[in-house]
Design a binder for this molecule. Structure first.
Ligand code: SF4
Ligand code: SF4
Ligand code: SF4
Ligand code: FES
Length: 696
């Protein structure tokens, strides 16, 4: 019997006897080590084009590719040394430096709640509205509410804008939720199997309820301590009915609570129950306390009768009150609370003027809220600031100053500067101040929680952990007043970290995947959109202006079934067909690759979608050569390296189209491709990804 000869090698400080004649890659894999590879294929001889398998060998000059270097006796190999990892990271960064592709759809990257937009729109396009709403709930449990009030970060990045107008993503969230509710929904997923762990949540607002939802999915018991008599937080008490009807919010909150969440209403933490007691009762605590303390208007006479805060005013209206505001109201501020207070005052019969110290461009309110306010007759006194108020005969007299705009401040907006001698008087019956909200940090009294100078708990912005073990924080109570969609996102991310903590794992927070991007909307090559036909966007039907200013009924009345169906089909299906299976993306995530480290000229947008079996996307090809060599081996020679140097591309030879080559081997090639350079055409359909160059 002939014994295979062996050699003695060392890998990461451990000694092994391995078969002679093996590559370093094979020998290491046999001993349980993992080395990244992209151009290596088990059916082919080593090719060594990607260099992501580089390892360090003592005594060798530079790094060696593990896939093509044979083991030798006494070899001392380092796979996990910092320098070897750095070399592989560099190889990956070079590979993606000219890559042209979006791993995920840009709308999803822009959405704070990471809603699977393309996928829910694809379901809606097929009329599967309940499944579409459930798809949204994979990352965000308020499709009906946020479908009405979200500022639509996603739509600003929608690739369809380059063809005609952005897809109405936000209205579509609302549309599928409305359809689900009409069918008897919301239909929530089943809670996870009980874990025996319990989490106390302080606050039943968007962050608290979102965390409760995702914690119930993990099977943890959840108790929420809520100061008010109802759930919803600022979505309930700060957003008027004409934007978010209370029955919609109540249905969504109720559906989450119905998953087995206990809510203790009317409980003021710090008075009725101390934070320490909650801490002792539960295995983890999530602080979702919001930012409801109003910022004071720092002017003489601010306590005059008739001066109220926007938060209190909206709260009174949400509780069914209809405050007497008189004939004329001034609202001080330029955010969404100011717009809401102004539009509510219009509905109470007042003439309304918004006084804002900067210009309209700097207003923090959503642009469409500003437009709607104007549409309803609200007037704007811009670049003006009240400096004094005096009450006389039941009327308020505001002395205001005109402002000029100076250099940008820390927020990036231009700083308002008073103009000497520009004072003027505005009269009003009521003044509503909406100049900001703060976090009430008193919850931290008598605890070891550390607070920032803004009164918010100090925390890790990725894991959301505070300095107290098992205590997490998120939403407005952590960041200061912000939009609801970010609070909902914070709830989901906190639930992920809390889950890790309760399972005794290292708390690392939600994993962030590498995302190759074709760049900002205006930098995406025009060829991507060539051949797409323009389509009319579905307009939201609205109450007529005369009616809406006299009622708190919802202004936007919702898409019809035809309108919603049409809008869903406008989605181009962006993102990559191999986003979940791409080896390049997997390694770039593992090595925290920065795509722009060696940013040079990106590949052009060149695709071939003519074949029924496979689609070529050369922007996503890394020239690993696997497909070319597999198709050589099977004799079809359907693809080859065309061109020279950096401009080498994988294409059919003789300027043929893929459809003019044979079909033999194409399935193997697409299966073996480590990226989406060549991909199975069927996957585009199942993953709802638009086929390149094929119009929608
Ligand atoms: S091929 Fe991979 S890295 Fe490139 S866009 Fe697709 S998933 Fe991202
Ligand atoms: S076209 Fe569809 S997938 Fe692409 S960015 Fe717009 S909504 Fe998202
Ligand atoms: S298309 Fe071919 S050469 Fe390009 S990455 Fe895929 S397998 Fe490699
Ligand atoms: S060079 Fe080794 S896998 Fe590519």
């Amino acid at each position: 019997m002939i014994m295979a000869s062996t050699v003695k090698i060392r890998i990461d400080g451990r000694d092994f006897n391995v078969d002679a004649g093996l590559t370093v890659l094979k020998a290491a894999e046999k001993q349980g080590f993992r080395i990244p590879t992209l151009c290596s294929c088990k059916d082919l001889a080593p090719f060594s084009s990607c260099f992501v398998c580089l390892v360090e060998v003592r005594g060798a000059k530079g790094f060696v590719p593990a896939c093509s270097t044979l083991v030798s006796d006494g070899m001392d190999i380092s796979i996990e040394s910092a320098v070897a990892r750095r070399a592989r990271k560099t190889a990956l960064e070079l590979l993606v430096s000219d890559h042209l592709g979006d791993c995920e759809a840009p709308c999803v990257s822009a959405c704070p709640s990471r809603v699977p937009i393309r996928d829910f729109l694809a379901l809606a396009a097929k009329g599967e509205y309940i499944k579409a709403a459930q798809k949204i709930r994979e990352t965000m449990p308020f499709p009906g509410s946020l479908g009405r009030v979200c500022p639509r970060f996603c739509e600003k990045e929608c690739r369809r804008t380059r063809v005609d107008e952005a897809v109405s993503i936000c209205y579509m969230k609302r549309f599928v939720s409305d359809m689900e509710i009409k069918a008897g929904g919301p239909f929530m997923p089943a809670p996870g199997s009980p874990t025996g762990k319990s989490v106390g949540i302080i606050g039943a607002g968007p962050a608290g309820l979102s965390a409760a939802y995702f914690l119930r999915l993990q099977g943890h018991d959840v108790t929420i301590y809520e100061r008010q008599k109802d759930a919803g937080g600022m979505m309930k008490w700060g957003i008027p009915d004409y934007r978010l009807p209370p029955d919609i919010l109540a249905k969504e909150c109720g559906a989450i609570i119905g998953m087995g969440v206990e809510v203790k209403y009317g409980v003021n933490v710090g008075k009725d129950i101390m934070f320490d007691e909650i801490s002792k009762k539960h295995d983890a605590v999530f602080l979702a306390i919001g930012a409801q303390k109003t910022s004071d208007m720092p002017i003489e006479g601010r306590t005059s009768r008739g001066v109220v805060s926007g938060v209190e005013f909206l709260d009174a209206i949400a509780k069914g009150g209809r405050p007497e505001v008189g004939d004329k109201v001034i609202v001080v501020g330029g955010g969404n609370t100011a717009m809401d207070a102004a539009r509510c005052s219009v509905r109470l019969g007042a003439e309304v003027v918004i006084v804002y110290r900067r210009s309209e461009k700097e207003m923090p309110a959503n642009a469409f809220e500003v437009e709607e306010a104007k549409h309803e007759g609200v007037k704007f006194e811009l670049l003006s600031v009240p400096v004094k108020v005096r009450e006389e005969g039941g009327r308020l007299y505001f002395t205001c100053l005109r402002m000029g705009l100076g250099a940008p401040d820390a927020s990036g907006r231009r700083r308002p500067v008073p103009i000497d001698g520009s004072d003027f008087i505005i009269e009003a019956d009521t003044c509503i101040t909406a100049i900001g909200q703060q976090v009430d940090g008193s919850i931290a009294d008598n605890t070891s929680l550390k607070l920032t100078k803004w009164g918010t708990p100090e925390y890790d912005i990725h894991t959301m952990q505070t300095c107290l073990p098992g205590v997490f924080v998120g939403g407005d109570g952590a960041t200061g007043a912000d939009v609801a969609v970010r609070a909902v996102d914070a709830g989901r991310r906190a639930a992920c970290s809390i889950g890790q903590f309760l399972r005794g794992e290292k708390v690392t927070g939600e994993a962030v995947k590498f995302n190759s991007s074709m760049g900002p909307l205006d930098k995406v090559p025009a060829e991507v959109f060539a051949g797409f036909l323009k389509q009319q966007v579905t307009r939201m039907p609205m109450l007529v202006a005369e009616k809406r200013t006299k009622t708190f009924e919802e202004v936007e009345t919702g898409f019809t079934v035809d309108g919603g169906g049409h809008e869903a089909k406008r989605c181009l299906g962006c993102g990559c067909v191999e986003a979940d299976d791409c080896k390049l993306r997997e390694y770039c995530t593992e090595y925290a690759v920065d795509q722009n480290r060696y940013a040079g000229k990106r590949r052009g947008y060149e695709n071939d979608s003519t074949h029924p079996i496979a689609v070529l996307e050369s922007g996503k090809c890394i020239n690993c050569g696997i497909c070319v060599r597999l198709l050589e081996e099977d004799g079809s020679h359907s693809l080859g390296f065309i061109g020279r140097g950096f401009d080498t591309r994988i294409k059919p030879p003789f300027e043929k189209l893929l459809s003019e080559t044979g079909t033999a081997g194409l399935s193997f090639a697409s299966d073996a491709c480590p990226t989406a350079g060549i991909a199975d055409r069927k996957k585009y359909e199942t993953k709802h990804v638009g086929i390149p160059g094929v119009s929608k």
